[in-house]
Design a protein around this ligand. Structure first.
Ligand code: PLP
Length: 398
């Protein structure tokens, strides 16, 4: 079937909860994807950073197929021989005592919320049902009703209420003085993204993460850091919060944890926090299954073996410098951390993404006037230069 036929089917039978670019991907390898009509594109989105290791990475593929031959799902009613290895790998990689695996990012965020609240009641002594978690303006943490209930983006929350907004006071992202006014004796957690991805690669002012950590320490509050998009190398460090040398109490990961093969997410925390969750109080049929665990271990190994974090730091600087050098009247600002770049335009971003698509580059607009470039971290300097030439053409001849 050709693109137009497949698009027609999708429009007819599928819910319209996305507005994808009209490219119908059939195969992908590394940084390149090919559509059903045989046209090749450089993927500059990497499935929102889920395929940091590159599409269909052969080593992860091998682990995936190998594990699928043995056992894919046991549920947590029984133990399996892969999950302990993922726990160990996450501990060794991150230094946190323990982890709790889930599937999607939103589920891991929910897990962090439940853990923080439970800690608030059992350890901090907050009266039942009064725990509060302070969130940030411009946040994106997923799509469950609890999570969209503390979004300030109407396209996320409008029409899906009622919500419990008093349980999630919002401070202005990056503004410590405002944050201080939002905490009280019932605050059990402060939940932030170290860099806001869906917000358009928004980097908070220097010192913000450190100040959040201090506020948490001084007031007996858990610092919860959502690294689902920012983490695992995307920002040029293992975690984006490393830029300020902080150690959150709970770190939430997902996306690249599976290299794009399978939804795998988790929260990381030390024993004295995660032990608040007791048997039977939280879980998921698929969370921590052997296929997910085998894939995640391999995906993390690939990140290390192929030095993807270092590549992200080095090549990100090259990509950002190239974008900054484009003499375009439409570029307002380039925000970058590693291979994670928000190109802020003073024109609509969607038509630019459409034009880039015609040139063979896939990327995504966010918030009307921002384009996010986040290619798989296996991209080469030559491929970045190839992309820069085309981006320059589009942005200087629009
Ligand atoms: C920071 C952050 N948190 C949570 C999520 C939700 O993850 P998922 O789409 O896997 O539920 C996302 C997704 O983009 C994200 O960027």
């Amino acid at each position: 079937m050709k693109s137009q036929d497949l698009i027609a089917l999708e429009e007819l039978y599928g819910a319209q909860n996305y507005r994808p670019l009209d490219v119908v991907v059939q195969t992908a390898q590394g940084v390149w994807v090919t559509d059903v009509d045989g046209k090749k594109y450089l993927d500059c989105l990497a499935a929102y950073s889920a395929v940091n290791q590159g599409h269909c990475h052969p080593k992860i593929y091998e682990a995936f197929v190998e594990q699928a031959r043995h056992v894919t799902l046991t549920s947590r009613a029984f133990r399996n021989d892969q999950l302990p290895l993922l726990y160990k790998k996450l501990h060794e990689l991150t230094g946190y005592d323990m982890s709790l695996p889930m599937n999607s990012g939103a589920e891991a965020v929910e897990t962090a919320i439940k853990t923080a609240r439970r800690w608030g009641y059992d350890v901090k002594g907050i009266p039942e049902n009064q725990a509060e978690i302070v969130v940030a303006s411009g946040n994106f943490h997923g799509r469950t009703t609890t999570i969209v209930g503390f979004s300030d983006d109407p396209s996320s929350f409008k029409g899906f209420g009622p919500y419990c907004t008093e349980a999630f006071p919002m401070h202005e992202y990056g503004n410590i003085e405002d944050l201080k006014t939002k905490i009280n004796q019932n605050t059990c957690g402060i939940l932030i993204e170290p860099i806001q991805g869906e917000g358009g690669v928004v980097i908070p002012p220097e010192g913000y993460l450190k100040a959040v950590e201090e506020i948490c320490r001084e007031n007996d509050i858990l610092f919860i850091c959502d690294e689902i998009q920012a983490g695992l190398g995307r920002s040029g460090k293992l975690f984006a919060h490393y830029y300020e040398n902080v150690r959150p109490d709970i770190v939430i990961i997902g996306k690249a944890l599976s290299g794009g093969f399978y939804p795998v997410s988790a929260i990381l925390a030390d024993r004295h926090i995660l032990r608040v969750i007791k048997p039977g109080e939280h879980g998921s049929t698929f969370g921590g299954n052997p296929l997910a665990a085998a894939v995640a271990v391999r995906a993390l190994e690939v990140m290390e073996e192929e030095h993807l974090i270092e590549r992200s730091a080095e090549l990100g600087e090259h990509f950002a410098a190239g974008l900054r050098a484009i003499p375009s009247p439409y570029i307002t600002h380039v925000r970058a951390r590693g291979l994670w770049i928000g190109l802020v335009l003073d024109t609509g971003a969607r038509p630019i993404c459409e034009a880039l698509k015609r040139e063979g580059i896939l990327c995504k607009d966010t918030h009307e006037n921002i384009i996010r470039f986040a290619p798989p971290l296996v991209i080469t300097k030559e491929e970045i230069d190839w992309a820069l030439e085309r981006i320059k053409d589009v942005l200087t001849t629009k």
